[in-house]
Design a protein around this ligand. Structure first.
Ligand code: TGC
Ligand code: FAD
Length: 392
């Protein structure tokens, strides 16, 4: 493993828009990543294994639910801080950012936003520290982009609920202690239920043979007549707007995270181009290499500006679903294109684990699909422009 020499590009002096606290958070997370993650990530990705021993460290740097209130053991930070943490984690690996953003935005957020006070106090502190890990079950084998069609269901049995069905493609599932599961009641209304590992009839088989997000654990959630206590229902939400509201928060984190992956590819490509000699000069001296680097930096800079502004709107509680969609879609596609260009600059070395490029590129193939595919986000923007849904 090469030494992690990463330095972020800041062509438009974006650092001047950050507070001292933002910069301190960034430096803390970056230093932790360089020490704890960079030396091991390639190995874990090659072995298709999630490095579980880092969970405690992720909790200690405040990566789990950073913008939820401190009274529940969370960070109480602003939304830009949350974004910066996701950026720094995904700078190392999208799978590590996934673990953190699922925990914070898709497990802790719904418990905080839709849960009872008892549920908040029972789950949030343990999830914030990493003592417990969580996952989010929305997608099903036959319902991905169209989660409203879900068939997972629960029946009211008087003193408990009986849950049946299956979820697929669930990040963190193989090791999660708790799952926030979206299911329909007998009236066909969607509700969130907290399912705990160990409940009879609940299993979480791991999904193998992924070429993407190999350092993140993915699995299914299978519910076979699972008896769930009534107090595990999230009382303050019903309907598809429950899970979709959580997705806004996670998609926002991904918009920041994808910039991290792009910056890492750019930084590696720039360094490689300066050092690699062909035809008796650094390849950075050829116009075609400079075109690639210039376009990469331009796109990263545009994404940084878009996302910083989105963070300001989010801090003011004014960021709309469509604005978040646009940033998620733009930034992930941008990162994929940057990764592909960076791969070219690294020549044959670009396909090896000596450099992070291929790992980022393969990871981003999941990121462009999960949390709403590239095309679904285009249609969300289209609906925002026209007021007409093109989904059906
Ligand atoms: P539609 O009729 O548009 O909406 C249904 C209800 O939801 C409301 N709503 C929202 N509420 C809060 N936040 C949002 N972002 C919302 N978007 C919509 C809407 O107002 C409506 O409310 P009401 O009161 O009228 O009932 O729903 P639709 O069935 O037409 O679907 C719309 C569509 C396609 C945009 C949506 O279903 C969608 O986003 N599909 C993509 C699915 C998706 O993103 N799945 C993600 C699964 S989780 C995941 O991938 C985690 S990856 C984890 C990792 O990082 O590792
Ligand atoms: P489909 O919905 O079948 O889409 C297939 C193709 O059809 C796509 O190109 C799509 O854009 C297109 N398409 C679909 N509908 C339309 C339309 N109306 N108009 C135009 N094109 C359309 N889900 C969770 O709930 N929790 C998780 O933690 C989670 N983690 C994940 C981790 C990984 C590694 C992956 C790969 C996925 C994860 N997902 C998770 C699921 C993810 O959200 C879905 O894969 C995603 O929403 C797309 O659903 P799908 O794969 O079923 O594709």
């Amino acid at each position: 493993m090469r030494t992690d020499r990463f330095q972020h590009p800041d062509h438009y002096l974006m650092d001047e828009l950050l507070t001292e606290e933002h910069k301190l958070i960034r430096e803390t997370v970056r230093a932790w990543v360089k020490k704890e993650l960079s030396p091991i990530i390639e190995d874990y990705a090659q072995r298709a294994e999630f490095p579980r021993h880092i969970i405690q460290g992720l909790g200690e740097i405040g990566a789990f639910g950073p913008s939820l209130p401190a009274e529940y053991g969370c960070g109480g930070m602003d939304q830009i801080s949350y974004g910066i943490i996701m950026q720094e984690l995904e700078r190392c690996d999208s799978g590590i950012r996934s673990t953190a953003s699922v925990q914070g935005s898709l497990v802790m957020y719904p418990i905080y936003k839709y849960g009872s006070e008892e549920q908040r106090r029972k789950y949030l502190p343990k999830l914030a520290s990493g003592e417990w890990m969580g996952c989010f079950g929305l997608t099903e084998p036959d319902h991905g982009s169209n989660p409203g069609g879900m068939t997972t269901n629960f029946k009211d049995m008087g003193d408990h609920y009986l849950l049946n069905g299956a979820k697929m493609w669930i990040s963190n599932a193989p090791f999660a202690d708790v799952a926030v599961v979206w299911a329909k009641n007998e009236a066909g209304k969607i509700h969130g239920i907290i399912v705990e590992r160990g409940m009879e009839g609940f299993s979480t088989p791991e999904t193998h043979n992924k070429w993407s997000l190999r350092a993140s654990a993915t699995g299914e959630l299978v519910f076979d007549n699972v008896k769930v206590p009534k107090e595990n229902l999230l009382p303050n939400i019903s309907g598809l707007k429950g899970p979709l509201g959580c997705l806004d928060s996670a998609r926002y984190g991904i918009a920041w995270g994808a910039i991290g992956a792009a910056m890492d590819c750019y930084d590696s490509a720039k360094n490689y181009a300066m050092e690699r000699i062909q035809f008796d000069k650094p390849i950075a001296g050829f116009q075609l290499t400079q075109k690639k680097l210039a376009e990469m930096l331009t796109e990263i800079t545009k994404a940084q500006l878009l996302t910083w502004r989105l963070g300001v709107l989010k801090n003011e509680d004014r960021a709309s679903t469509a604005q978040i969609s646009m940033a998620k879609r733009n930034n992930v596609q941008m990162a994929l294109e940057v990764a592909r260009e960076a791969r070219q600059i690294h020549g044959g070395m670009g396909i090896t684990g000596e450099y992070p490029i291929m790992r980022h590129m393969m990871n981003l193939e999941s990121v462009v699909t999960y949390e709403g595919t590239h095309d679904i986000h285009l249609l969300i923007t289209g609906m925002d422009i026209t007021g007409i849904s093109a989904f059906r």
